[in-house]
Design a protein around this ligand. Structure first.
Ligand SMILES: O=C(CO)[C@@H](O)[C@H](O)COP(=O)(O)O
Length: 233
């Protein structure tokens, strides 16, 4: 197998899931897949429509954001991916979408509260919204700073990147990650569904009640506890 072929293919297949799942339009969003031994990742080229993508067009970038291989320019979000790979030491994939409901929560600068068991099946925490960029950050290295905004938001709430594989970036859109690029895309789809349900919940009842802590715990444990299918792996 040619060098980096595995991550090129993984990134390509994961990117192609985004329009299929209705998580992006046109050229919005991007997915990357990492080879942690080589400290590189394959990412969608910038501005290329999904129906014109191929595994060969994926750009290989190192964890400092330098292009290693590829004829096209890597996604404009590359430095955010690079910062996350460097700091979240066990992840193998990252997805960024502009999916409608999750992005609307990000634009509203709001964490998504745990309103129901769908949310609790995936995480016991509210989905955090990282603070929007300061003027200095916008003038500086914006995409690089976005990575640090994500890291700071989790740190502030004392949540690890392993417990929370999804985040909203204030005024921007969601980023999700996971052990693989496929899992990162799965998390983007779950986040969009949770965001939509939370929005509709508040539209029906503005003062909707949060799910009780005991139920949050019960639902999460059922899916992720030691006796669950996932907990055993
Ligand atoms: O966040 C943004 C724009 O707000 C980007 O995700 C674009 O939606 C896609 O950019 P490229 O990956 O094509 O550079």
């Amino acid at each position: 197998m040619k060098k980096y072929e595995y991550i090129r293919q993984a990134a390509y297949e994961a990117n192609m899931q985004l329009p299929k799942l209705g998580l992006v339009l046109f050229t919005f969003g991007n997915v990357s897949a990492a080879d942690r031994n080589e400290k590189v990742f394959a990412i969608k080229p910038s501005g290329v429509p999904y129906d014109q993508l191929s595994a060969e067009k994926m750009v290989i970038v190192d964890f400092d954001g330098n292009t290693i291989e590829g004829d096209l320019r890597p996604s404009s979000d590359t430095l955010t991916h690079a910062v996350l790979y460097k700091h979240f030491e066990t992840i193998g994939g990252i997805a960024h979408t502009h999916s409608c409901y999750a992005t609307a929560w990000a634009q509203s600068l709001r964490d998504i509260p745990v309103y129901g068991t769908t949310h609790a099946d995936h995480t016991t925490y509210d989905i955090p919204c990282a603070a929007p960029m300061s003027d200095e950050m916008i003038k500086g290295n914006y995409e690089y700073e976005t990575g640090f905004q994500i890291i700071s938001a989790l740190k502030e709430k004392n949540i690890s990147y392993e417990e929370m594989e999804m985040i909203l970036v204030g005024n921007h859109a969601p980023f999700t990650w996971g052990k693989t690029a496929e899992k990162a895309v799965y998390n983007s789809a779950v986040l969009e569904n949770i965001a939509q349900m939370a929005f509709i919940t508040e539209s029906i009842k503005a003062d909707a009640l949060r799910l009780k802590d005991a139920l949050i715990k019960k639902h999460y444990e059922r899916k992720h506890g030691k006796d669950s299918y996932y907990g055993q792996g």
